[in-house]
Design a protein around this ligand. Structure first.
Ligand code: MEV
Length: 309
């Protein structure tokens, strides 16, 4: 059976600021994936294996996934395949891990496979960005980029993405508050904060941009253990932007008290996930502390060496 998939993503630093033109760093989280399989059928349709959404047909043109399918048909000049596309995803929704962009990417790849067609990653990325606009309102494009290319990226809105090199892999724990928080709300609120209190908000966003540069330099210089303090500062600034939450702050505090080198929320915030920089020595203590502090799910990943997982 033809199967296509796409990863989740983790924002290392720069979320929210990236919407307003500052840089950000993101990495694929390849162990969590959206997967799409296709079964022969009379017509084109899209269904969700967990029944989380209504089955979709080619005439549901107001749905962004169906719009995506038609765009692929136009791009390749092929009719939509008579298949039932079945979407499965391990990625928690509205949790800062890129679930929407991931399932759209997996679906697009599956439709292309079933049309026996290929398009460039660049073209696919621009089509997934259109879907993101419907899901998120004002997305920077970082989620679709890191997910489509499945590589660590340094990203500035409306600029070609640059790859982030990670010569020395580092360990992250990712912990889910279990609180679903739609990104478009927190992105909208930060936009309003920027309009209302332009000077203070611009100072915060500018500092986040500098933190991203410093984190990039340390990672690329093979000194990832030194990004911890910068992650903590980034989290404090995201709190000032009002996008943290008591659940996220509790997990960040618990991770730091248990020996994490740094911790911050990741993604849209207000809920969803946080990340903690750990070492093989501290990983277990930090994981236990995150569990006690209420994390509903915890994953471990080695950034920069996905093949070793
Ligand atoms: C969401 O993963 C990251 C945000 O910066 C939104 C965006 O960049 O589109 C919060």
């Amino acid at each position: 059976m033809l199967r296509a998939s796409a990863p989740a993503k983790i924002i290392l630093s720069g979320e929210h600021a990236v919407v307003h033109g500052y840089p950000a760093l993101a990495v694929p989280f390849s162990t969590l994936r959206a997967t799409v399989t296709a079964e022969p059928d009379k017509n084109f349709s899209i269904v969700f294996s967990d029944h989380s959404g209504e089955p979709l047909s080619a005439s549901d043109t107001e749905n962004p996934l169906v719009t995506l399918a038609h765009s692929l048909g136009r791009t390749t000049q092929r009719p939509l395949p008579a298949r039932k596309f079945i979407i499965r995803s391990d990625i928690p929704v509205a949790s800062g891990l890129g679930s929407g962009a991931s399932l759209a990417t997996a679906l697009a790849r599956s439709i292309l496979l079933n049309m026996d067609q290929q398009i460039s990653d660049e073209k696919l990325n621009s089509l997934i960005y259109e879907v993101e606009k419907v899901f998120h309102g004002n997305p920077s494009g970082i989620d679709n980029t890191v997910i489509v290319y499945e590589k660590p990226v340094y990203f500035i809105r409306n600029h070609p993405m640059q790859l982030l090199s990670v010569p020395v892999p580092f360990h992250l724990l990712i912990a889910d508050t279990g609180v679903k928080a739609p990104t478009f709300e927190s992105v909208g609120d930060v936009g309003r904060l920027l309009e209302r209190d332009t000077q203070t908000t611009t100072t915060i966003l500018t500092r986040i941009g500098h933190i991203v540069q410093e984190i990039r330099e340390k990672i690329e210089a093979g000194m990832p253990a030194q990004i911890g303090a910068l992650m903590n500062e980034n989290h404090a600034l995201l709190r000032e932007l009002t996008v943290s939450s008591s659940a996220l702050d509790s997990l960040v505090d618990a991770a730091l008290n248990a020996g994490a080198l740094g911790a911050k929320l990741s993604g849209g915030g207000r809920g969803g996930n946080m990340i903690a920089l750990v070492t093989p020595d501290t990983s277990q203590d930090v994981e236990l502390a995150l569990q006690s502090a209420g994390a509903v799910r915890i994953w471990h990943t080695l950034i920069g060496n996905e093949s070793a997982l």
